[in-house]
Write a protein that binds this ligand. Structure first.
Ligand code: ADP
Length: 556
């Protein structure tokens, strides 16, 4: 890039003028003084009107100014306007020598052409030579007039004056070198700044292109929620959630919770959660209304400055509508199929039960085979019931203010006989009442499942305890046993559908691997969660489910 200096003020004005005006402007100060001299002469020094040299000096000065204005400098090769200051020396010489000894000080006018030549940017050596010899030329005639009666003072004055002008020229040179260095430095900095700016614009463009090429919406926001960067996907998402008319107290965004109908309160929206400093993943919200409504899985990470201050957040949105719809279709299929299985299975079990009512009348081999049919049909029915529950668990949760202590009591009551049979001591340490926002039917089902698992997977007997903890926002129920335990990695896998641990399979304990996945769906349907921890030394396990104390605030 070419070096560019950006002049300011008078310098910029000078640059805008044409070459003729520029040259005339340089000549103007000298011309004005000579003009003033010419006007004052008839009154102040009338004798000078008789000096042809003086008059010639005035005329030459005027002619030079006219020349500045009239000569087409722009068309001439090498722009020879520096002839003007050189000829100025001649005009000043004529003026000074024509006015001597009346006005010897006129020689000082030589400072004007000296300044012009020194600041003109011509070769230093030439400008120095001219700055010395021009003034010398002005002084020599008066010296010559006194020849041969020269005094030391005459010679000194004659030489000192050109030397002074030479010093002026040198000073201007040094000053202009300094200015030029500063300008170069400025130009260098300006170039670097422009380069940095260009690079940063290119980087920003690259970043935006990459962001726009991804199929997830990405937004970076500052602490007050203003967008710093966002990509096309995110803008589409914002478009989809823009409400046509404002909903009182809910702002202008159509972002719904899991039920697809309840507007999320502002503080539960992904961006609000993110700028509050929360870090989350897989937070599912529904964007927009009607057939255009989309399921959006969101995740957020806080932006933290070097000194640890929270400066904003990055929020990522992925459209998971297809996935959610596929899951719902899958659940609907399972629910329909299991429903169709139940009727014939109930018929088989009912008929076998009827036949087995009079088991003594049956030949023993037939009775034995019918008992196998009965056992397997019942197993099949239990499996079908589990499958059907797994398909509907997430969909049919109706939470309300519920006392968990009474649910625990009921669960213990129904498991007591099974526990005694397995030589297990069942205890509970739960304060009563223990309020939570829960569907009593579903949470009862989840508790039954955890307690019956604890009994089932404690083949050697032992103890099971149910305990509770609560905060202002959450209630936790833990079911701990002293049974066979669950190894490290399996503590998360056990919640997957059909997953069974090796030790459970090895111990030939019957099961389909559906109970915990149903329990998880139920708890998550309440906005809570469930975790599993293995006991000390791999013995025993603890399942903890966390539920909200209060439901969401009513929506308008
Ligand atoms: P099921 O019990 O029908 O196999 P679940 O989904 O209830 O299905 O449990 C999944 C697996 O988790 C079980 O097969 C078993 O391996 C393990 N599991 C569940 N509860 C316990 C427990 N209390 N102790 C040890 N293992 C357990």
């Amino acid at each position: 890039m070419a070096e560019r200096v950006f002049p300011r003020g008078p310098a910029r004005l000078f640059q805008r003028l044409g070459p003729r005006s520029q040259v005339a402007l340089c000549q103007l100060p000298l011309t004005l003084i000579v003009a003033a001299l010419a006007v004052a002469t008839p009154y102040a020094w009338p004798t000078l009107l008789n000096s042809p040299l003086f008059l010639a000096g005035i005329l030459l000065s005027g002619a030079l100014f006219l020349g500045c204005l009239l000569v087409p400098w722009e068309r001439l090769m090498h722009r020879p306007y520096l002839l003007i200051p050189i000829l100025d020396f001649v005009a000043i010489g004529l003026l000074r020598n024509g006015a001597a000894p009346l006005l010897p000080g006129l020689a000082v006018l030589a400072v004007f052409p000296v300044i012009w030549l020194s600041a003109s940017g011509m070769l230093t050596r030439i400008s120095l030579v001219l700055s010395f010899f021009g003034p010398l030329l002005i002084m020599v005639p008066s010296l010559a007039a006194r020849f041969p009666n020269l005094t030391a003072s005459d010679v000194t004055t004659t030489v000192l004056f050109p030397l002074m002008m030479l010093a002026v020229s040198l000073a201007i040179r040094f000053a202009s070198v300094h200015v030029r260095l500063q300008q170069r430095e400025l130009a260098e900095k300006d170039r670097e700044l422009r380069k940095l700016l260009r690079e940063s614009r290119e980087r920003e463009k690259l970043l935006l292109t990459v962001l726009d090429a991804t199929d997830v919406g990405i937004a970076a926001v500052d602490r007050s929620g203003h967008f710093l960067v966002s990509n096309n996907r995110q803008r589409n998402f914002r478009q989809a959630t823009r409400a046509d008319d404002a909903v009182p107290g809910q702002g202008h965004q159509l972002i719904f919770g899991q039920d697809r109908r309840t507007l999320l309160p502002p503080e539960k929206r992904p961006i609000s959660r993110a700028i509050a400093g929360e870090s989350f993943a897989d937070y599912l919200v529904w964007a927009g209304e009607g057939p255009e409504q989309r399921a959006v899985s969101t995740a957020a990470r806080p932006l933290v400055s070097e000194d640890g201050q929270l400066t904003g957040a990055v929020v990522v949105y992925s459209d998971v509508t297809g996935w959610v719809e596929a899951l719902a279709a899958n659940q609907e299929l399972v629910s329909n199929v299991t429903h169709e299985f139940k009727t014939p299975l109930n018929s088989i079990i009912g008929n076998v039960d009827l036949v087995l009512d009079d088991v003594a009348a049956l030949p023993p081999p037939v009775a034995k085979r019918l008992l196998v049919v009965q056992r397997n049909a019942e197993r099949l029915l239990a499996l079908v019931a589990d499958l059907s529950a797994s398909a509907s668990a997430a969909l049919n949760v109706h939470p309300k203010r519920t006392d968990l202590a009474s649910l625990v009591e009921t669960s213990i009551g129904s498991a007591q006989a099974q526990a005694e049979h397995a030589n297990i001591v069942l205890t509970a340490d739960v304060p009563s009442p223990l309020w939570a926002y829960a569907d009593p039917l579903r949470i009862g089902q989840a508790l039954d499942n955890l307690v019956s698992n604890a009994i089932k997977y404690s083949p050697d007997g032992g103890s099971i305890s149910i305990s509770a903890q609560s905060t202002k926002e959450w209630v936790q129920l833990s079911v701990s046993d002293t049974g066979m335990g669950i190894s490290g990695e399996d503590t998360t896998r056990v919640f997957n559908r059909f997953y069974r641990t090796e030790s459970a399979k090895g111990a030939a304990i019957a099961g389909a691997g559906l109970g915990l996945s149903i329990t998880k769906m139920i708890v998550e349907g309440h906005g809570g969660n469930i975790t599993c921890a293995s006991g000390q030394g791999g013995q025993g396990s603890t399942f903890t489910l966390t539920l909200p104390v209060e439901g969401p605030p009513p929506s308008f």
